[in-house]
Design a protein around this ligand. Sequence first.
Ligand SMILES: [Zn+2]
Length: 482
Amino acid sequence: MPRFISTAIPYVNAQPHLGHALEYVQADAYARALRQAGEDVFFLTGTDDNALKNVLAAEKVGKGIAEYVAENAEHFVDLDRKLDVGYDDFIRTSSDPRHRPGVEKLWKATKSEDLYKKNYHGYYCVGCEEFKTEKDLVNSECPEHPGRALEEVAEENYFFRLSAYQDQLQRLVESDMLRIVPESRKNETIAFIKGGLEDFSVSRSALRAKGWGVPVPGDPDQYLYVWYDALANYITALDYANEGEKYQIYWAAADAVKVHMIGKGINRFHTLYWPAMLLSAGVPLPSTVFVHGYITSGGQKMSKTLGNVVDPASLIERYGSEAVRYFLLRHGSSTEDFDITDEKCREWYTAHLTNGLGNLVARVMKLAEEHLPHPIALTEADEVFDSAFLERIEAFRFNDALDFVFEKVGAADARMAEQKPYALIKSGDAVEREAARKEIEALVHELAAIATHLTPAMPRTAAAILSAVRKNEKPENLFPRL
Ligand SMILES: [Zn+2]
């Protein structure tokens, strides 16, 4: 069945951080696993260019906004490239010709009674691109952006009647018609619904938007803001504007499975605002919203002040992209906050990758090269996912999926230690030598199965192992000592 997978689209007012890397790698591993299992996957990522904070950041450095967002979007493309994130499409909301007509169509398709103008007075967090109500604030500050002053805004805006969708959204979420993973995020959404849904602002004055973004169709004094603009990327990229082929296959079709992968800070927008907007416009809903946690360092939120920021680019430089993918996918849990420090990366690299996987591959393939007359013939069992593994992937339990792989590594190590084929192949009698050869063959099959299951998480490593198996050769050192 067709599978649509998306990441959130980040603002481009700063360099990508490790949280972006986590989301891209999770989405990529998920997409790769499903492709490998034979599914028809469309994996979308991109950048949110039209946000007001991009405009402000461009002003600050004295650049034109279009030039600024184009330059900064490259940092995200570059991170994807470095991490081997194999997306099918990358949408930039300011320059992609598919975007604006799609946004306009979504706006026009929205039930007229769900959009209304009202005078609004409120406090706006530019960091979140959102108006805040009293109950959102902690010590009169945005909890996501402490220390940053809220902007007092009084103007006439369009509002979306979210309140009209309260009961429908509750039913959708409770029944898993709109599935939210993990359960704790589902419960958070339900609690939020039960607290009462308030209509939200969906436009801002052209003046405040500084003329950047998409004007409200038929009312150019107002510009669409974040929700109708950014969230719409998920369907505009599929050519919703023309209800084109990709939109039909990956979004509108009854059997299409649509998964948004996001961070916990934007749960509400994806599990309440977005589905309500789609309901109003008569557009099919996403199937699943998967919510990951944040990465901390030394138990604390990363911040420049604390000096504990772990930068994805420097991590890749130090350990290589495959190891970084491994750290991000195997650490902690895929849905809760978890900690990354350089110390821990170093320890894991040496223990799991150099001494674990890398050493096993080198030892087994050296034996195979020396003692097997020709490469083993790969069988279906070597190349097909175990159902237990695929179940973990479908449940977004990437760390458990890697446990599956590394349990195999451990088992092969143990088998080697018990059977000692390396000794018997030299000193045994004819029967023992033949048994040792069989044992080496079995171990090479194990390597193939390990590589098969490792491909979604560590595609280059897996390809190197499979190539070694096919050639019956010891590969280059996979994880050189640090
Ligand atoms: Zn904020």
